[in-house]
Design a protein around this ligand. Structure first.
Ligand SMILES: *Cc1c(COP(=O)(O)O)cnc(C)c1O
Length: 452
């Protein structure tokens, strides 16, 4: 029998996260204070984050210990399984080997609890009793709610209104884990009230929901804010994915030639590829290809310039140097809700700029087609976000067939799609369309970039 499932033992759980900041060939451009334009100091971030996370955000240390209490919670679902997609390989008649790490095994069904648990832990340790956040489709809100329940910390989630109305089940997961979830724009904050006055029917956006959550957090002493992607400490926590994958592949005696993942803010994919990127930088695997996959409707890496911009709509956050479509960018409704952010992790943007990683944009219809092909061969029904990665995997595997090359492809199956059946339904009913964000609208949104 051919083996398809590879799993490390619980004792092999990584005991440290890997910090790429220690190994970058050129340092990451500093985040800037929105008022002064000067580099951010740790104290500037204190109203939002606990000191431990601020230190991790800027740490030069290569490996950072994972506290025992976090490891205990990780062990509820980690190490996650590495699968060999042998049936998909056969269906595609490709000589390529395809492996995937399955992050849908977590209680919330995605990679997001890897950082949610860590973030709530450090907040709790510094005496914080309440955390605010935003969520698009509800994946991040539900992951943070799960972590809040385990540590007894109150969670308030500002959920993009259109998703709040269209996707009730993620909201009810949050409720089940004891969190409060309100539609954004909400009457609970100045930013929300201002938008409601301007447009009572505003469907909301991730950038606006961030403004609300940040405003709420800075207005109360017992409250901090938490972000589910983009920031360095979030990517750091996600490296457990890549560290596990590397270790198990070592045991099997294999190593990827191509690593692929979908990117919204960039955390799940960076979590997988950063430990492998270290080998590329060290000269152990110089020709490793790292492919970031994004939607053509929100083409941050492939069409957005590398520039300083705000992380939120109202301009409250520090300025981050990143690929951006402009903080006022309101993406068209695409079902992959988790991939609709205007910016990108500064680490990934920097790596793209240095030519160490690649990016491709794919269209919505072909992503669902790929997800359906995957489900009919491998069984797992993946999240629409993940279907972007699967599209690129299938394209690379077909290229291997055409060129007769036996490459090893590794991708991150960032989450299952069990709460996204309405998106699959819309696809089957022919109600979805491809949408390429028009160049002139991107240029218009970029006019609002802050002058630095
Ligand atoms: C949130 C989410 C993403 C996108 O976020 P990243 O920070 O880019 O990883 C991708 N896949 C799933 C399943 C998600 O929930």
């Amino acid at each position: 029998m051919e083996q398809v499932k590879y799993k490390l033992g619980e004792k092999d759980l990584p005991k440290q996260w890997y910090n790429i900041l220690a190994d970058l060939p050129e340092p990451l451009p500093a985040p800037l204070h929105p008022a002064t334009g000067k580099p951010i100091q740790p104290d500037d971030l204190k109203p939002l984050f606990p000191m431990a996370l601020i230190e991790q955000e800027m740490s030069p240390q290569r490996y950072i210990d994972i506290p025992e209490e976090i490891l205990e919670i990780y062990s509820l679902w980690r190490p996650t399984t590495l699968f060999r997609a042998r049936r998909l390989e056969k269906a595609l008649k490709t000589p390529a080997k395809i492996y995937y790490k399955y992050e849908g095994e977590s209680p919330a069904g995605s990679h997001k609890p890897n950082t949610a648990v860590a973030q709530v832990y450090y907040n709790k340790k510094e005496g914080i009793e309440r955390i605010t956040t935003e969520t698009g489709a509800g994946q991040w809100g539900s992951a943070l709610s799960f972590a809040g329940a385990l540590f007894g910390v109150k969670i308030k989630v500002y959920m993009v209104k259109i998703s709040y109305e269209q996707k009730p089940y993620r909201r009810i997961m949050m409720q089940t884990w004891g969190a409060e979830c309100v539609p954004s724009p909400s009457p609970d904050t100045k930013a929300g009230r201002a938008m409601l006055e301007k447009d009572p029917d505003c469907p909301g956006s991730l950038g606006l929901a961030i403004s609300e959550a940040v405003e709420d957090a800075v207005s109360r002493d017992d409250t901090h804010y938490s972000l589910g992607s983009v920031l360095n400490h979030v990517l750091l926590h996600q490296t457990v994915i890549g560290l596990e994958a590397k270790k198990i592949l070592e045991e099997i005696g294999d190593y990827p030639d191509i690593v692929i993942g979908c990117v919204g803010g960039g955390s799940n994919f960076a979590g997988l590829f950063l430990p492998f990127l270290k080998d590329k930088l060290d000269g152990k695997k110089p020709d490793l290809r790292i492919i970031n996959v994004e939607p053509a409707s929100c083409p941050t890496l492939t069409k957005g310039p590398y520039a300083y911009d705000f992380g939120d709509e109202a301009g409250l956050t520090p300025l981050l140097k990143m690929n951006t479509l402009g903080h006022g960018f309101i993406p068209p409704p695409v079902h992959a809700g988790g991939l609709r952010y205007h910016g990108m992790a500064p680490i990934i943007s920097h790596l793209l700029n240095l030519g160490l990683v690649e990016a491709v944009a794919v269209h919505q219809l072909e992503t669902f087609e790929a997800g359906v092909t995957f489900a009919r061969n491998e069984g797992i029904i993946s999240a629409p976000e993940t279907d972007h990665a699967i599209r690129a995997v299938i394209d690379e595997a077909i290229k291997c067939r055409e060129e007769g090359k036996e490459k090893t492809i590794l991708f991150n199956l960032s989450g299952h799609g069990h709460f996204d059946m309405s998106a699959y339904q819309a696809y089957f009913e022919g109600k979805l369309q491809n949408y390429e964000y028009p160049e002139d609208k991107i240029q218009e949104s970029l006019k609002e970039l802050p002058k630095v």
